[in-house]
Design a binder for this molecule. Sequence first.
Ligand code: NAD
Length: 457
Amino acid sequence: MDFVGKMKIGVIGAGYVGLVSAACFAEFGFEVCVLDKNENRIENLSKGIIPIYEPGLDVSILKSREAGNLRFTTDMYDCFTDADVIIIAVGTPQKQGADDADLSDVISVVENICLGLTRNKHVCILTKSTVPVGTGNIIKKKISYLRPDLTIHTHYDIVSNPEFLREGSAIHDFMLPDRIIIGLDDVSKKAKSTLMELYGAIASSGNTTLFFTSIETSELIKYASNSFLAVKISFINEIANLCERTGADVSMVAKGMGLDSRIGDKFLNTGPGYGGSCFPKDTRAIVKTASNLGIDLSIIKTAIKSNDNRKEDMAKRIITEFGDIKGKVISVLGLTFKPETDDIRESPSIVVIKTLLEAGAFINIYDPMFKPEDIKVTEAKKDFNNDSVQFMPSIYEAANQSDGIVLMTEWSEFRFMNKDKIKDLMSKSDRPPLFFDFRNMFTKDEMKMFDYFSIGK
Ligand code: NAD
């Protein structure tokens, strides 16, 4: 990308959103400093060790570090001083024991930002974290309370700029989005021109709409979009159930539906339910926000329930097919909630594995991002807290002497596995080994050496 200016950007939160945003803005030529409260993470990043897996992120960070556009710190003054834009990209997980979004990290970041604001310059405080509608207003009140010496629109502005990147294709999504949603106050002329400059390079491609709206509308666009996609996934999963009883094929139903431009072909792949760090928590949070206001978002509520049932139903299908699964060894292929990421937050695999463990099965996990020697495995094992789970270094070692295989994540590596070799490695009985393909990666014909189960067919 061409150099477009030396605007200074402070990014708070070195996670999937913060790091990708920082790397991309640095590639545009801005001077970017990333702050995280996790000292270990910052120390590693400063040495070029990237804490998450996201295709292309390592190269992008390296390039910008070498160009001198990107640095990492735990010192907030270092990050905020001179910044023209401060981007909040910290997590907003589900509150413990409740459905609301936990805003404590966002609020503590805002308190820190207040310490760094000055009367000498204007700063745009931009929220990329997914926050419930009304949060922008809370941020405004917090700043005006903590810094009564400053005036909004003169010394600072609050901007809602929700992020829509998808893990696994985050750099591409950030660089070439369909739309960039920007919520700000009408009167914020300075904020608008800063945002135009910030996203100028992307907008100039001609394929991206810069959509300016109010802060509240922007906040809600994010939740409404994620909820709509979650509903779409739950919808096709229920249609898949109907296909199984009627002789219809869900892949063809989805294809036929997707040919209708009013519907579109995205998010119509049936599977074991949606997971990840966004859809589950965002759907619950929007339902909670609405219910606090006396509004019943019954469609989203039903999609959440349908998705929860879906994950358990996948495990039940396996248990039912085995009859008695106690003592059986099941190999699970894929732990991440989708391919090309190392994120296992709310992954359907976790629910399926836990249910199988409760039924007495032993589990071998193979995931390209979780090799037994990886430090991440220790963390992932905590999710199961069970000695009957083992992480394996390859598909073949996972399959060895196992009684069944469950494909949970559509890693492309699985497509190329040697199926005959796997069949030969699996434990022998009077029935061909069982293979549950919960991503419909294969056809029945390709899998004829197994007792093969797909979904929606
Ligand atoms: P993450 O958990 O990967 O990263 C958050 C980072 O913020 C962590 O490194 C954490 O240490 C840091 N942090 C927390 N509190 C801090 C503080 N007070 N000061 C400094 N650093 C702090 O989160 P993520 O997946 O990048 O998500 C961030 C936000 O973006 C969330 O609101 C999420 O819903 C939203 N979002 C995520 C995605 C996605 O695909 N991951 C996509 C769109 C939007």
